[in-house]
Design a protein. Structure first.
Length: 718
């Protein structure tokens, strides 16, 4: 090699160029270490050597030096296609090499991209590799896959290994201080010691009641099951059975016992994720829990360590290189099916993890086949342990996929706990009930929770309650801070025995720690009814069972698709025998019928991934996979005084910074795209700076933005 040193990147803060050979060597070594976790170390190492070798071309070297001198080059000098062209005889390698900046492409796009002749640039690059002693020869044994689905999964993981290794070495060049903020992780043994101290205190302080006895027994089952080999597990316990702590006790012990890398807790609803993260932060320390989702709580502005901790959180959120992650189903699964580098970067850190899927029954039925197949791959190819955690266990085995039939029950014979703790009796009125009649029934009770199927239904019942000072409303028409304030007030009233009538959508239905003596639930899919019943006599302190009244709301919201199918199946079961809801086998039969009556691959994602004839279709899969079918936008509301100060700051800057966006998120409400356009036209929503949407209409202290005509997205799904 002669002439000027080959550069990978322009000079960093110290004025030094990023040497290309050093960059390739570092990325190759890091990618190999990552790839070894899922049996593809040599493959990932070779990707590392090749990914930027196209930068050795004279055209790119001229381009990068012009950039460093402040010129605007006439045209770019793409380098990724050169690496892909060199590896064109190995199709699996081409995808990550071509897409390590632009993302994984469909096979047809790859074929088209490589129709151009890169032989001259490739010849120059091959000479460089030869001088380095690198032979760019991929072999079949480097990527051990037996079918198209396995191959597609391994390409995703190898892509993640390459992208993260590339990001980290580039970051070390441009921002050396960031490396220090990624270090100093607490070992799992410390997490486990802190959890054991907390659990010991709980056992002492909570002894006596049947519910707490059950919780201790479930915890013991979890601790014993942690010794078992990694694989697929089910944790089936009644609502209120303490699975938040028991599941993480299993996960931490299992991770220590089998030397796994991290624990990932995936949760469907913001109400649960905020509650769960708060519990874990209280045990392990907030800085040792990565809470990663779109509504991450802001830090205290008066905290001197805020800036450093936020930097650590942001860096950790990029690739999940931390021991304990609390995230959402959306963040987890849309990353697993993604094709963009930023989302896929964390995938390799999901390998060799314990993944707790809390309230697993709420995963969309139409995506079940794709999700279940991915879970199987995480277990069989990435060395993960997956825990399906819920009181209403879905019947995934009914899908007849070679996946979850060998799941191990952490709690043997869980039905006995449901039988022992019949904390609720179910009532089923035979006639539909008008909203005014529901309100009358609620007025006759001092403490009652009423859950309906839509935000408009909740507003209607609240309106019928009039000016009742003891009536409260909860839905995603309210911003997160408002919802938290209402939940705090409701919990306070319940603990003091004060009057409290809460009308809510599904935001309180799964995982939210509320304990009412009476629950009214509008007819819904059976698992939703089971979860609603979990808010009734939750602690088992009543002298007689609580009441769960399942009613039909006259003129109530009619939801489509799987929700309607599930509701119809629930009607049949409740007509036959409402007491069947005390048996977890009932929910297994219900889900088997639900899967039989719904299209479990409605988006065709599983079909795309198993279609070996057309090759991998990463971009199309990513486009199709959406846990929330229709996109929503966050609109800032003026719930608290500090919002105006943040808006002034954004207007002064002329843009919305990451910090301002994070601090505004707890003051926002999600609105459907089609509703948003209408509100922008009539001025109810404005956009003072690009990307910042502000609600200019009224914000009610009981119903949020509920005074306006607005569509009803899936409640509280992040």
């Amino acid at each position: 090699m002669s002439g000027l040193p080959l550069a990978a990147h322009t000079p960093g803060p110290g004025g030094n160029w990023h040497d290309l050979v050093e960059h390739l060597s570092a990325v190759a070594a890091n990618a190999k270490g990552i790839g070894d976790k899922f049996g593809a170390g040599p493959f990932c190492e070779l990707l590392g050597w090749l990914h930027d070798i196209g930068k050795s071309s004279p055209a790119f070297q001229q381009y990068i030096r012009q950039c460093a001198m402040g010129y605007a080059p006439a045209k770019k000098a793409p380098h990724a296609p050169i690496a892909a062209w060199i590896a064109r005889s190995c199709s699996p390698a081409v995808f990550p090499l071509l897409g390590h900046h632009a993302g994984l492409h469909d096979r047809s796009e790859v074929v088209q991209a490589l129709q151009r002749d890169y032989s001259e640039s490739a010849s120059h690059a091959l000479n460089i590799l030869a001088e380095l002693g690198v032979e760019p020869a991929f072999t079949r044994e480097m990527l051990p896959a037996n079918d198209p689905l396995e191959m597609e999964f391994l390409i995703r993981m190898a892509f993640s290994a390459l992208v993260d290794a590339d990001f980290l070495d580039t970051e070390a060049h441009f921002d050396p201080s960031a490396t220090a903020h990624r270090a100093a992780l607490k070992p799992f043994s410390d997490y486990l010691d802190e959890l054991d101290r907390h659990l010991t205190h709980l056992r002492i302080s909570a002894a006596g009641s049947p519910v707490n006895t059950m919780r201790c027994e479930i915890l013991d089952h979890c601790c014993r099951a942690a010794e078992r080999s990694p694989g697929l597990f089910r944790l089936t316990v009644p609502t209120g059975g303490g699975k938040t702590l028991s599941s993480v006790a299993f996960a931490l012990r299992h991770a220590v016992r089998h030397r796994l890398d991290r624990v990932i807790v995936a949760i469907p609803y913001t109400s649960i994720i905020e509650q769960t993260a708060e519990v874990y932060a209280g045990i392990f320390g907030r800085e040792h829990v990565l809470e990663h989702h779109s509504a991450t709580a802001e830090f205290d502005a008066a905290d001197e360590g805020q800036e450093e901790r936020e930097l650590r959180r942001r860096l950790a959120a990029e690739n999940w290189d931390v021991p304990l992650v609390v995230t959402t189903n959306v963040q987890l699964f849309e990353s697993l099916f993604a094709n963009r580098p930023s989302k896929c970067r964390k995938l390799h850190n999901i390998a060799r993890s314990v993944i707790i899927l809390d309230e697993v029954q709420v995963l969309p039925v139409t995506l079940t086949k794709a999700v279940v197949a991915m879970l199987h791959q995480l277990v069989s190819q990435a060395g993960c342990t997956v825990v399906l955690c819920t009181a209403t266990q879905p019947a995934f085995e009914a899908l007849q996929l070679p996946t979850l039939e060998t799941a191990t029950d952490i709690v043997p014979h869980p039905e006995r706990y449901y039988a022992q703790l019949r904390r609720v009796e179910f009532e089923r009125p035979t006639q539909a009930v008008e909203p005014a009649e529901v309100a009358d029934a609620l007025r006759d009770l001092e403490q009652v929770l009423c859950i309906v199927n839509g935000r408009r239904d909740a507003l209607t019942v609240v309106a019928e309650l009039g000016e009742d000072p003891n009536a409260f409303h909860l839905s995603t028409l309210m911003c997160p801070l408002h919802r938290r304030a209402v939940l705090a007030e409701v919990r306070s009233r319940l603990s003091q025995g004060l009057s409290c009538r809460l009308v809510s959508t599904q935001v309180v239905e799964a995982g939210v720690d509320l304990d009412f003596p009476v629950v009214y639930r509008a007819i819904a899919p059976l698992d939703r009814i089971g979860q609603a019943a979990g808010r009734c006599n939750r602690e088992g302190t009543l002298s007689s069972p609580g009441r769960c009244v399942i009613f039909d709301l006259a003129g109530g919201t009619s939801l489509r698709g799987e929700y309607t199918t599930g509701t119809d199946l629930a009607r049949t079961i409740l007509t036959e025998d409402p007491s069947a809801l005390h048996n977890p086998d009932t929910f297994q039969r219900y889900f088997a019928d639900l899967y039989a009556n719904c299209d479990t691959d409605a988006q065709g994602i599983h079909a795309l991934r198993t279609d070996g004839g057309s090759g991998p279709r990463f971009r199309e899969v990513a486009d199709r996979f959406r846990l929330i079918p229709e996109a929503t936008k966050a609109v800032v509301v003026r719930y608290a005084d500090q919002v105006d100060d943040l808006l002034v700051e954004a207007r002064r800057i002329g843009s919305i910074t990451r910090d301002v966006a994070r601090r505004l998120h707890p003051h926002s409400v999600a609105i459907y795209q089609h509703d948003l356009q209408r509100h922008l036209r009539d001025g109810t929503v404005t956009e003072p700076v690009p990307g910042l949407l502000v609600w200019e209409g009224a914000y009610d202290q009981r119903t949020g933005i509920g005074g306006t005509s607005i569509a009803d997205p899936a409640d509280l799904v992040v």
